[in-house]
Design a protein around this ligand. Structure first.
Ligand code: NAD
Ligand code: UFG
Length: 335
């Protein structure tokens, strides 16, 4: 049985990935410092998978704690989710973002090197493409200077891994996520809300639940079908499954690093998302059209040819499932 270390495995994408790894017969150990998750997620994961999960509460910047884990366990690979992810917060606290996201990665890589562990799956983002003009974006679309320190940490992370892998004969896959949304169909795990959400789907579900008075659509004067921005929303369970595929591909790939877009390949406007949410859940949303949000790009969606062909992965869930599962998760939270 292969043993995988999952950093940030109690978080939103990490918890769903642990469920999929356990279902595929991997032995998983999670390291998480609970900075954006709760310890109870471990029991929820175990409830879904019917298997016990090893958890070490520690910070990946704590190299002693990491070394203690690597000396006790022989890992066959690492999936690295642990990072801060709020774009606005990164503008206010750039050093905190570089410390956690970049130094944390360096601490992890150093420990992997010391203990001879290869095979790293890294959480990157479509944010590296900036406001790409040619759509859909492929993996060879030009990377652009990031709009925020958060975005820069993803570009730097990719660069650091490229250098490290090339010189150390180490294998890594960079997954560029588009917009992860939804929750596990069991409604036992999902995204934990922290304060007022910035992202569209938690804002929609909290408005529907009466936690927020109304949703503001940020601009309807973009050059898109209905004037609102287009994104490639990807169900978190589909995204989780892509990590399992990436792990087995890592073992057999000839080059040191490869990169994949992970999206559905289909763009949806903000109004399409709202209309779908209302229709599949039979809930009316209170929303108004407001002005554009600074820093938003007009539209982006993925070319998924590479991930489809090489990883043998494609998204199974559509936007209706994403909205149904996001609402079921929200209702569980409001109980
Ligand atoms: P999340 O905040 O839900 O999960 C991150 C987990 O890592 C949390 O459980 C947190 O407690 C833990 N963590 C953070 N810093 C840590 C540290 N120093 N040591 C140990 N644990 C630490 O975030 P998520 O949405 O699951 O995102 C996972 C990864 O995917 C992140 O790297 C994020 O940047 C990336 N990503 C997310 C999105 C998105 O929209 N959610 C999009 C693209 C990329
Ligand atoms: N939106 C609204 N109202 C809201 C929230 C969002 O209209 O209350 C719109 C946004 O303007 C955007 C769309 O919904 O058009 C999606 O917005 P999100 O904030 O959910 O997602 P973004 O695409 O802006 O951000 C995502 C990730 C970031 C990442 C960024 C890179 O959440 O981590 O993509 O493009 F940096």
């Amino acid at each position: 049985m292969k043993k995988i270390l999952v950093t940030g495995g109690l978080g939103y994408i990490g918890s769903h990935t642990v469920v999929e790894l356990q279902a595929e017969g991997y032995d998983v150990l999670v390291v998480d410092n609970l900075s954006n998750s709760k310890e109870e997620v471990k029991a929820r994961i175990e409830d879904i998978s019917g298997q016990s999960l090893e958890l070490q509460i520690a910070d990946i910047n704590d190299t002693n704690a990491l070394e203690s884990l690597f000396s006790k366990h022989q890992f066959d690979g690492v999936i690295h989710f642990a990072a801060h992810k709020a774009v606005g917060e990164s503008v206010e606290h750039p050093v905190m973002y570089y410390q956690n996201n970049v130094s944390g990665l360096i601490s992890l890589l150093g420990t992997m090197e010391k203990y001879g562990v290869s095979n790293l799956i890294f959480s990157s983002s479509c944010t590296v493409y900036g406001a790409a003009t040619d759509l859909p974006v492929t993996e060879s679309t030009q990377i652009q200077k990031a709009e925020s320190p958060y975005g820069t940490t993803k570009i730097l992370g990719e660069e650091i891994i490229n250098d490290f892998a090339k010189h150390k004969g180490f294998k890594s896959i960079l997954l560029r996520y588009f917009n992860p949304v939804g929750a596990h169909p069991s409604a036992k795990i999902g995204e934990l809300p922290l304060g007022v959400p910035n992202n569209l789907i938690p804002y929609i579900t909290q408005t529907a639940a009466g936690i927020r008075e109304k949703l503001t659509v940020f601009g309807d004067d973009y050059n898109t079908e209905d004037g609102t921005c287009v994104r490639d929303y990807i169900h978190v369970v589909d995204l989780a499954k892509a990590h399992v595929k990436a792990l087995s591909y890592c073992d057999k790939m000839s080059q040191n690093v490869d990169v994949f877009n992970v999206g559905t390949g289909k763009g949806n406007t903000v109004l399409e998302v709202i209309n779908t949410f209302e229709k599949v859940n039979g809930v009316k949303l209170n929303y108004t059209i407001g002005s554009r949000r600074g820093g938003d790009i007009e539209q982006i969606y993925a070319d998924t040819t590479k991930v489809n062909n090489l990883l043998g992965w494609s998204a199974k869930y559509g936007i209706a499932d994403m909205m149904k599962h996001a609402w079921a998760w929200q209702q569980g939270l409001s109980d």
